[in-house]
Design a protein around this ligand. Sequence first.
Ligand SMILES: Cc1cc2nc3c(=O)[nH]c(=O)nc-3n(C[C@H](O)[C@H](O)[C@H](O)COP(=O)(O)O)c2cc1C
Length: 311
Amino acid sequence: MSQLKTRITELLQIENPIIQGGMAWVAEHNLAAAVSAAGGLGIIGAANAPASWVRDEIKKARELTDKPIGVNVMLLSPYADEVAQVLAEEKVPVITTGAGNPGKYMEMWKAAGSKVIPVVASVALARMMERGGADAVIAEGTESGGHIGASTTMTLVPQVVDAVKVPVIAAGGIGDGRGMAAAFMLGAEAVQLGTRFVVATESICHPNYKERIIKAKDIDSAVTGRSHGHPIRQLRNQMTKEYIQKEQEGVPFEELELLAVGSLRNAVVDGDVKHGTVMAGQIAGLVKKEQPCKEIVEELMEEATALMQKN
Ligand SMILES: Cc1cc2nc3c(=O)[nH]c(=O)nc-3n(C[C@H](O)[C@H](O)[C@H](O)COP(=O)(O)O)c2cc1C
């Protein structure tokens, strides 16, 4: 396979600069282990799960591969403190964080030897994370599936690259080697993909969910939650239609949340892609088939390196 060495491959001790984003309900041990075994970095998504689940998933992933595996911590989770503690105890080599500032855990994680990589959606946040001791940052554009910021990947990545000294990982809207090469041209030293890995063979996501992504067109995603400042990108369905209509009517956050509670689980686990939340990014239109993680990683590497060698 082609070689592409960067500060990120060195820092994380991985062969290929490709990271599978932490994804609530989707990114459990099977997916994470398969991506890591393929030479990328697989990440277990802790989301709102209790610490015991996270510890269990780390152990199961370690039974499948001896390559490094990361964990994504959602800092707003009610279990964030105990999950943070488990990650230190388990000496998880890479920790990515979302929804806030991981400052209060930094010392504990660093002492455990973990590399800490926050997800950022702005230059200001990237600078703040670097000052706080982050080893790298993931600049995630609004094209992404899941919780999103305002800037596009195309505009955010080069501005973050110019603003910080730590290496930058690009996320949002990257689905193949062309997207990966483009991210590198913008100054990124690795890429993080979510949507394409949702449909990987090793992903435990319900077949209905995978099929929705595979059949999606370029304009099939919608954003809910803009009215209350917590936007989420997902594929259009009955649920997004009702949610967005209620937002336009000015329905308060608490009532809107009744539509959303448990809805990602309903889609991922039970396959209810009509009323559930089918989180996926704008790149879904480019994702055309289910493939093993190894094949996805190899394709990305071959295509991206060939394109970059042309320059
Ligand atoms: C189903 C799904 C769930 C996600 N859950 C999380 C999460 O729990 N924490 C997080 O930091 N990012 C989450 N993300 C974002 C991904 O980690 C990744 O950064 C993003 O999907 C990249 O953009 P892409 O979908 O265009 O590849 C999620 C994305 C998807 C598609």
